[in-house]
Design a protein. Structure first.
Length: 202
């Protein structure tokens, strides 16, 4: 799946939306009500923006997929299978929420962001997460309108599901440090878990 920047065919979210944006924290998802504006900050983590193009119902799923603790080849068969289950779980929560509000899979408009290589302790997690996300989308037959994945910059996404408007920018230095600290904390939480199946995204 090709990786591309946000194109001019996608409406840009207005700067004025920032003040009323609702942040979607790591390991969570949010459905927008009416004209709600959603935002998420990503280093290695992933952000899936999805909406039904007819009803305008949509939201964001923001997640980071775990590596296999203690293995140099962290994306072994077992680790990849576990990550695929969790990725499916993360995205399906959002898709199911859209369907419950009258949306359908056939009308989904999807954009995906994140998976940046911005911290040495998370390089393999970022690469593996992007790989799992791309494979999941292919399996489900979901072809993103936009995929901005990888790179070396901490990103912030501002998304208005009602209109499909989106803006992706590089995070400022202070904001980037906060985003990366949260992601590293999440990775340490996995390391402290004695059972991979104990990991809960939502």
């Amino acid at each position: 799946m090709a990786t591309s920047a946000v194109s001019g065919t996608i409406p840009a979210a207005d700067d004025r939306d920032d003040a009323r944006a609702i942040e979607v924290p790591l390991g969570d998802y949010r459905l927008a009500a009416g004209g709600d504006v959603l935002t998420a900050g990503m280093g290695a983590s992933l952000c899936v923006c999805a909406r039904d193009t007819q009803t305008g119902v949509g939201g964001i799923s923001h997640f980071l997929l775990p590596a296999e603790e203690g293995s140099r080849n962290i994306w072994s068969v077992n680790a990849a299978a576990r990550a695929m289950r969790l990725g499916n779980h993360a995205i399906e929560h959002l898709v199911t929420g859209i369907q419950k509000r009258g949306g359908t899979r056939g009308r989904l408009q999807v954009m995906v962001f994140g998976g940046a290589l911005v911290h040495g302790d998370m390089y393999e997690v970022a690469r593996g997460s992007v790989d799992v996300l791309q494979r999941y989308l292919v399996i489900e037959g979901i072809w993103p309108l936009c995929a901005e994945l990888g790179g070396h910059e901490v990103r912030e996404v501002v998304y208005v599901p009602a209109t499909g408007s989106v803006r992706v920018t590089g995070a400022g230095a202070d904001r980037a440090r906060t985003i990366l600290a949260r992601e590293l904390e999440e990775i340490r939480r996995w390391a402290a878990s004695s059972d991979a199946d104990d990991i809960v995204l939502f």
